[in-house]
Design a protein around this ligand. Sequence first.
Ligand code: ADP
Ligand code: MG
Length: 352
Amino acid sequence: KISTAPPVIRQLDDAAINRIAAGEVVERPASAVKELVENALDAGANRIDIAIADGGKTLIRVADDGCGIRADQLPLALSRHATSKIDGSDLLDIHSFGFRGEALPSLGAVGRLTITSRVSGQDAAQIAVSGGQMGPVKPAALTGGTVVELRDLFFATPARLKFLRTDRAEMQAISDTIKRLAMAEPFVGFTLRDVSGGGEGRVTFRADPETGDLFDALHGRLARVLGAEFAENALKINAEREGFLLTGYAALPTYSRGSAIAQYLFVNGRPVRDKLLVGALRGAFHDFLSRDRHPAAALFVECDPHLVDVNVHPAKSEVRFRDPGVVRGLIVSALRHALADAGHRASSTVAG
Ligand code: ADP
Ligand code: MG
């Protein structure tokens, strides 16, 4: 056997590290939109306007009226593992969507990213990063908040570009992402605009900020996002068990669907696709629906952040509960009660 020289171990440079991270965080245009809109929500925005061209492949622009980023902090916002949201001491104490400080550097590594921002009482400033190369902070014009513009997503990683679907399919995924976030934030206004080909574009989704108490606001927002028919058939859910709060609306069995498409689940305001929650929803409706029908619902589980680990994976919307049995029991019993109540009301109406 001929012995060969051992391979040399090299430290990768930041641009390469960020491109690798981007592969995990940014799967497709919709994941970039999710990161940018979540940043706007974390910044306390009341209005978020999203413009998309060519399914997000050539342009994603997210404008918010949130707190803004100080000019001297713009380079840090684009640096890896730099975040204003946690101090790293307690990874289970998370109250924001973001906390990893990975989204902006990742997006700047695989596309051309420009951030323009203005903090109240200060001058607006701008920074650009393209394929991982960061430019200087420059003066800019903006009345307030932050505008993040991402052009030519994946131009620096052509292999990823090849895996994207049609503009139409990517736009659909973006629209679904916005609608989920809009359900979780009924007091925030959203617009989604398709600006393919330039110009003002066409509004494809709009939800004005809702008013009233949380249930009124949520009901209004669900009518906007899921349609009036869902809202008319929706039962209010409001229950609590051992530190877990369950709120939201579930539709009567008569409004069930042929697939699980109308199931929207949130944990501490975060859209999730979680087996435990989906299973609990299914279990609650078990006696009311045949096997091929699926309940429609928008349910929100709220708890102390220490009772749930959201740190499972950046892009996959998984969570892990400290006590899954309690959460399952809460969902099943709350939904069964609501369904039984609705049944009583329906039969008493018929009776008299
Ligand atoms: P994370 O959200 O995990 O902190 P990001 O890379 O998404 O990491 O953003 C880095 C930092 O930039 C954030 O912690 C925040 O301070 C700032 N930032 C990003 N987007 C916005 C925005 N729209 N408004 C205000 N600050 C922002
Ligand atoms: Mg973020």
